[in-house]
Design a protein around this ligand. Structure first.
Ligand SMILES: Cc1cc2nc3c(=O)[nH]c(=O)nc-3n(C[C@H](O)[C@H](O)[C@H](O)COP(=O)(O)O)c2cc1C
Length: 174
C-alpha cells in the first residue's frame, strides 16, 4: 500500500514551500513542505502537515511561530538543502531577513506568510499545524517551483504561448 500510495499521490503536483523559524539563540531552522494551503479568510488561517519526527517542527512548536515562503523556479538547490541538508547548515550561503514576528524570510521567494501557531492537530503519522496570519506579501513576479512525480519543475503559464503567438515572436527576428 505504501509504495502505491506514494506513487499515486506523487501525481498530484504541489508547491514547494519553505517553513522557517528561529530558536532561542536566533539560529534559523527550516524545512520544505508540499502541504501548505490556505485554510480560512476570517480569521486568516493557513496550514501545513509535518511528519511527527520532524526536528524543525519541534523548533517551530517551541518558538510558537513560523514563516511560509513559496520558493521560486530558480530555487531548486535551496529546496534540496532545506529538505535534506544537515540541520545546522541549511541556511549556509542563503540570505534572509527577519520578519516582524522574528521568523526568517528567505531572499528570492515568490511570496511569504508570517504566522503564529493557532492549533496543532494529530492526524495519522503527521501533525497538522494551523497558523494565524500576522503579515504576508507577494514578494516577486518570479514563477514558482513545483514538485511532481518525484521531481522538480518550473511553472509555465498557459498564457505564455498565447501571448507569444499574439506578439508574434517569429516576426521579431526579421
Ligand atoms: C517537495 C517536498 C515536499 C515535502 N513535503 C513535506 C511535508 O509536507 N511534510 C513533511 O513533514 N515533510 C515534507 N518533506 C520532507 C521534509 O522537507 C524533510 O523531511 C526535512 O528534512 C524535514 O526536516 P527535519 O526532519 O529536519 O525537520 C518534503 C520534501 C520535499 C522535497
Amino acid at each position: 500500500m505504501s509504495r502505491r500510495f506514494r506513487d499515486v499521490l506523487g501525481n498530484f503536483p504541489t508547491s514547494v514551500v519553505a517553513i522557517t523559524t528561529t530558536d532561542g539563540e536566533d539560529r534559523p531552522h527550516g524545512m520544505i513542505v508540499g502541504t501548505f494551503t490556505s485554510v480560512s479568510l476570517d480569521p486568516p488561517l493557513v496550514s501545513f502537515l509535518a511528519d511527527r519526527s520532524s526536528a524543525t517542527l519541534r523548533e517551530i512548536r517551541a518558538a510558537g511561530r513560523f514563516c511560509a515562503g513559496a520558493l521560486a523556479g530558480n530555487q531548486e538547490r535551496l529546496s534540496r538543502k532545506l529538505a535534506s541538508g544537515p540541520a545546522g547548515q541549511r541556511f549556509d550561503g542563503t540570505n534572509w531577513r527577519t520578519s516582524s514576528l522574528g521568523n526568517p524570510v528567505l531572499d528570492g521567494v515568490v511570496a511569504w506568510v508570517d504566522c503564529t501557531i493557532e492549533q496543532v492537530v494529530e492526524i495519522g503519522d503527521h501533525l497538522l499545524v494551523v497558523g494565524r496570519v500576522h503579515d504576508l506579501r507577494a514578494e516577486s513576479p518570479a514563477t514558482p517551483l513545483l514538485f511532481f512525480r518525484g521531481g522538480y519543475g518550473d511553472y509555465l503559464s498557459s498564457a505564455g504561448p498565447l501571448l507569444d503567438s499574439l506578439v508574434g515572436w517569429h516576426e521579431i527576428g526579421r
